[in-house]
Design a protein around this ligand. Structure first.
Ligand code: BG6
Length: 495
């Protein structure tokens, strides 16, 4: 595809995010010919790299993490000749004048005005400094061609989010700011919209008249790994619910857009946020449950408790699991609970959205047919095996009338015989095209923080007395079962 000349400025070029996710994704885009012909990456960091050593460092990361690896030397040479490095102190204004000079030079070389992407792969405490540096060096003013990209954590609470946002808004317009929630870049997450709005058969039953409840599960088998430094101050609610799970809720619950564009889709997602009933401090106990993993067994291997992990306080109050019940107060969803749960060290790796339809209104079959509580269920599987599963009842072959639950399974892998681009490939390409559809707008992030603040505050003020309250390799704490049992329901096992 024809694209504008682009300079991709990567702050935090020497960091883990750049090495493990961004460069492998850029390299795949290059292999697929999605990078513009005139494309240049300028890595900015304090570390002691030069053009050559940075390229070498990236080569290793790409070999390890990209979907396809490096086919041959020649391909690598032609990709890596577009990598530059500027060693710089991010807090020093002269770094930005130097960068501005390099950008002007590049425009001259290309005889045109390149698009400029400023990607902040740095810890968030540097966001304000970088935005300021760019702004003061006049690098934010070209509203059409300058874009700034930031990733979570976008703050620690509502207040600090507003601080980050103010700093960005001071120099950049909202249309220039790309906030990444990498779940939105996942193919299967975008497919929620295709399923709902490219097929006329689901929409008529996608509401309170046919749906009993919706459950969103993001279960991870990994523990905290080497991220205690960040995770201790975050916990599952900030790390996963504030962004990814609420995005999923918005996509299943939103109204159909009029036009498939950034403006409409983001408005519709925001409408859902607006309709979610706030949970007050007094209601936290009823609508939110937290957990922390203890030692246990995963696939035959013994794993330590969260509190025994490197960098974790021995009396840590950080939750590694949470479950929530939300209500969306609008016409479509009145009375339909949305259950969300996510945790680390759960028995399987599974992300899915389960749409549980209502029970049949009248039981005409004899009790001997065995039609017990097995209502129809549609499961959107996001990972690991992306697909859609419809569960329903069928008659078992034979002379007796016996009913059994069966499944219809659709697998993306089988249907399309192709590996999907990673979330980062999709999102990086969109940034370079200037398409903000899959990025979060400030009002949505703010609404998510506002919604979760009472829970965060109550949990902080009242440290859990029962942590650790679930064994690694099990489905979370008893409190999560109690939460969903309030309405007489239970969690359905992932498909
Ligand atoms: C990240 C969280 O945003 O998402 C991690 O910080 C989590 O804790 C990860 O493991 C899950 O994303 P994915 O793409 O691996 O499912």
């Amino acid at each position: 595809p024809q694209q504008q000349p682009t300079v991709f400025v990567l702050f935090g070029a020497g960091g883990d995010l750049s090495w493990r996710l961004i460069l492998p994704a850029l390299f795949n885009l290059y292999l697929d010919k999605y990078l513009p012909e005139q494309w240049l990456l300028i890595g900015v960091d304090r570390q002691d790299y030069d053009q050559h050593s940075l390229a070498q460092h990236y080569r290793e990361g790409i070999q390890q993490y990209s979907r396809r690896g490096i086919p041959d030397d020649k391909t690598w040479q032609s990709f890596s000749q577009a990598l530059r490095y500027q060693q710089a102190d991010i807090t020093d204004p002269t770094s930005y004048t130097q960068l501005a000079k390099a950008l002007v030079e590049q425009d001259k070389t290309w005889h045109g005005k390149a698009e400029r992407v400023f990607y902040l792969a740095t810890p968030p405490f540097l966001f304000a400094d970088i935005a300021k540096g760019l702004g003061e060096a006049n690098l934010a003013k070209a509203r059409q061609r300058a874009r700034i990209v930031v990733e979570k954590p976008l703050g620690h609470d509502l207040e600090s989010f507003r601080g980050i946002n103010q700093a960005l808004n001071h120099y950049f317009q909202e249309s220039q700011i790309y906030r990444i929630d990498h779940f939105l870049g996942k193919e299967t997450v975008q497919n929620i919209l295709a399923l709902r709005f490219a097929n006329p058969i689901f929409e008529p039953i996608w509401n309170r008249r046919y749906i009993d409840h919706i459950a969103i599960t993001v279960a991870e088998t990994l523990g905290v790994e080497h991220r205690a430094n960040y995770y201790e101050g975050a916990g599952a609610l900030r790390d996963m619910v504030q962004n990814h799970l609420l995005q999923l809720l918005c996509l299943v619950a939103m109204e159909p857009p009029v036009v498939f564009d950034a403006h409409d889709l983001r408005d519709r997602r925001m409408d859902v946020m607006h309709a979610i009933r706030p949970i007050s401090a007094e209601e936290v106990q009823r609508y939110a449950a937290r957990g922390q993993y203890g030692a246990g067994w995963m696939n035959g291997t013994q794993v330590p408790a969260y509190r025994e992990e490197k960098g974790v306080a021995p009396d840590s109050n950080t939750e590694t699991y949470c479950a929530l019940e939300f209500h969306v107060d609008n016409w479509r969803w009145q009375g339909v609970p949305f259950y969300l749960r996510t945790g680390k060290r759960l028995p399987v790796e599974a992300s899915e959205i389960s749409i549980r339809f209502q029970d049949i209104p009248h039981q005409a079959f004899p009790t001997s047919a065995g039609l017990n509580a097995q209502p129809a269920q549609l499961v959107i599987r996001l990972q690991p095996e992306e697909g859609i599963v419809l569960k329903f009842m069928a008659k078992q072959p034979g002379p007796h009338l016996v009913l059994r639950p069966v499944e219809m399974r659709f697998s993306y892998q089988e249907a399309f015989q192709a590996t999907s681009p990673t979330a980062y490939e999709t999102l990086l390409w969109d940034i370079m095209k200037g398409d903000a559809t899959l990025f979060t707008r400030a009002d949505q992030v703010e609404a998510a923080w506002r919604l979760l603040m009472p829970i965060l505050e109550v949990w902080e003020a009242n440290p859990a007395t029962d942590f650790p309250n679930y064994r690694a390799g099990t489905w979370g704490p008893e409190a999560a079962e109690v939460l969903i049992a309030h309405s007489g329901r239970s969690w359905l096992a992932p498909t």
